[in-house]
Design a protein around this ligand. Sequence first.
Ligand SMILES: [Zn+2]
Length: 564
Amino acid sequence: MPDKVDEFLNWTWSQIEPIFQDLQQRPLDEDNIEVWLSEWSDISKLLDESYWRLYNATAMDTCDKAAEEKYTRFLDEIQPQVKSAEQELKEKLLASGISPHGYQIPLRDMRAQADLYRDENLPLLSEEKKLIVEYYKIMGAQMVPWAGKQIPLPMLQPVYQERDRERREEAWRLVAARQLEDRQALNDLWGKFLELRQSIAAHADLPNYRAYRWQELLRFDYSPEDCYQFHQAIQEVVVPAAQALYEKRRQRLGVNSLRPWDIYVDPFGMPALKPFTTSQELIANSANIFSQVLPLFGQYFEQMRREGYLDLENRANKAPGGFCSHYKYSKQVFIFMNAVGIHDDVQTVLHEGGHAFQAFECGHLPYFFLEIPSEFAEVASMSMELLASPYLEADQGGFYSPGESARARIQYLESMLLFWPYMAVVDAFQHWVYENHEAACDASNCDTRWVQLWEQFMPGVDWGGLEQEVSTGWQRKPHIFDEPFYYIEYGQAQLGSVQIWRNSLQDKSSAVAAYRRALALGTSVTLPQLYAAAGARFTFDAATLQQAVDTILEAISDLEMVIG
Ligand SMILES: [Zn+2]
């Protein structure tokens, strides 16, 4: 094994292969299984970390040709070989019939993956990664002229919060027009994604890509029918509450109809929150807030700052979005995001902080656990946003006056509630796409389906005259391109995190302790067991959703009293 990850990044397959050959050739028994598993874990961690380091370099500078080449080389020359070598090891372990202590869930996952694995899919999966890079290249190149210079689209977000309605509309329309310029390019790319995904599913002898993805995402604890039940519960419980929130906003703003550029402005007529001006401030105050939730969380974040694992501020040629990646070999955690000085950025740091702390808490687990179930990874991140919310005030180490903090929290709680219907659109859209491959290959059918769902779940905002902008909404949802079906997790996790937050309103220290215990379990237990450990229930029913909506609405009305 190499001493340093940096050195390993330059290794060719011929240098890596002997490590796998050695593992493959060694006879397995109950006595040596743990050593064998931990050696395999080491090389897996190293490769996983390499992937993320190379990918992150392309995200940090989408114009860095050398970074793109290294990433592409890894995808072409290393990753397919590794997948096939790991596959052989999984088969070897499964064939041995040995069930190492604490490894039942990873074994269950491996069985599913072994089942799904096909040699002929390896080049297709690499091809898919390249299409994803292509998607982000199109999105990342979108710039508009504003105040005399060309700027990336996310930099206009603060304008949507300004009080001048005409200026908000001008910015909104400028962005929308720029996005529509890429409509055809994205439609073309979409067709390539769908063909590729159809072939991937067919190779795996599955009826459609949804069935493939279900197994790939290791969804053992719920079915597509459960998702439909969740959509239905959202329709019953959340859509009316969301519509009432939009109506309250319309009245507060004193406008005849609520337009898409009226969604982000403060409805009390206050100037937009400007929580920080430099990323140093963002980092320092976030560290204080994390410490208030639990001193250990503050220490983790401080470590990331000290060792250079925070890339928070927006700049040209940086991929959009925010995420957290776990460098499992060097036990480091990296947060990437595009801060521009608005409250959303604070929320993103708190969110990614939750992911980061889960990564740290899992660091003690002995083996390379395949994945934290994403339905629970998002519970980790979203619960952190809620658990941290009492400390947003400056006298708690945060960013705001009491009134500002109340506004920020109302905005967040409302956005949670408004998210569920949007999530239902994104999820239901994808169920339709992969159940109707032929129809979905024609992007105009996708436009039509998106509009139908939009009208069903998203009443309350007036999109009159903006038909093209509504119908292309799916093109601007990166998950649909780069993480198909990975979205309902956020909706489920919101429901989990509201339950954890509700517990903390009764007894903070025991709620945080249960939360941390659940983070440290990694994938050693099932999803419903993870929820239970955190003090929540993994469920999709209207009653639980209603209780969560009530908790949110009560908190909003308490916070409105602070504002007066
Ligand atoms: Zn997340």
